[in-house]
Design a protein around this ligand. Structure first.
Ligand code: SAH
Length: 219
């Protein structure tokens, strides 16, 4: 297929993906517009690009996965409810896909990845779509990103065992953090943490999710 042909197909299939997200209950128009404009097929391995607009997680290099579009959209929608994202930290850059969406939704985006090779892939992917605004950082996101803190929004793309307190403290006073939390029952759930002033945090458990684990240290 010609490059132009792939472009056309991807725009059509992306429009179908938006319809599906609406059917699944995604209502935030800014999120839907961002998902519609980022070509997900450029963030997965070429052999998988025909499947890029299915509502499914897909493998990345280094045994990681790009999350299912529905859950990415849902997480962004939760964080955007009644507010702007403001200065945002993503933990787990992976392919850079979610970072690209974040960059369309807010001005300041930092994204931390612990696997150097994957961070390079994300850098290339973002270059392909000429998105240069995401500040990519190599490091252990379970420590957050103290140098750039505080953040209005923190989003985890990997499941933690408990609430990482060092990261929670990097929230701005009215900041929100959303993370998949693994638990003993083996049914990980999304946890929304809202900071209320200096020392109070409100925690709300939301839907069941499946994510790769948050791993301490760098690789
Ligand atoms: N947001 C990504 C999906 C990432 S998958 C996308 O849109 O493609 C989860 C990522 O979290 C993996 O790349 C994994 O290497 C990374 N990760 C796991 N533990 C981490 C940690 N402690 N610090 C930073 N990144 C981590």
């Amino acid at each position: 297929m010609s490059v132009a042909g792939i472009g056309m197909t991807s725009r059509r299939t992306r429009a179908r993906m938006i319809n599906r997200l609406r059917e699944q209950g995604i209502r935030n128009e800014s999120v839907l517009a961002a998902v519609e404009s980022v070509p997900r097929h450029l963030f997965v391995q070429e052999a998988l690009s025909p499947r890029a607009y299915e509502d499914t997680a897909l493998p990345l290099s280094f045994s990681q996965t790009i999350s299912q579009p529905y859950i990415v959209a849902r997480m962004l929608e939760i964080l955007l409810e009644g507010r702007a994202l403001g200065k945002t930290l993503e933990i787990g850059t992976g392919s850079g896909y979610q970072a690209a969406l974040l960059a369309l939704l807010t001005r300041e985006v930092f994204s931390v990845e612990r696997i150097e090779g994957l961070l390079e892939e994300a850098r290339n992917n973002l270059k392909k779509i000429r998105q240069f605004r995401v500040r990519l950082k190599y490091g252990d996101g379970s420590q957050g990103l103290p140098k750039a803190a505080p953040f209005d929004t923190i989003i985890f793309a990997a499941a933690a065992r408990g609430v990482p307190e060092a990261v929670r403290e990097q929230l701005a006073p009215d900041g929100k953090m959303l993370l998949p939390l693994d638990n003993e029952s083996g049914r990980p759930k999304l946890l929304l943490v809202e900071r209320r002033g200096a020392t109070n945090y409100l925690e709300t458990f939301l839907e069941d999710v499946r994510f790769v684990p948050l791993v301490a240290g760098i690789a």
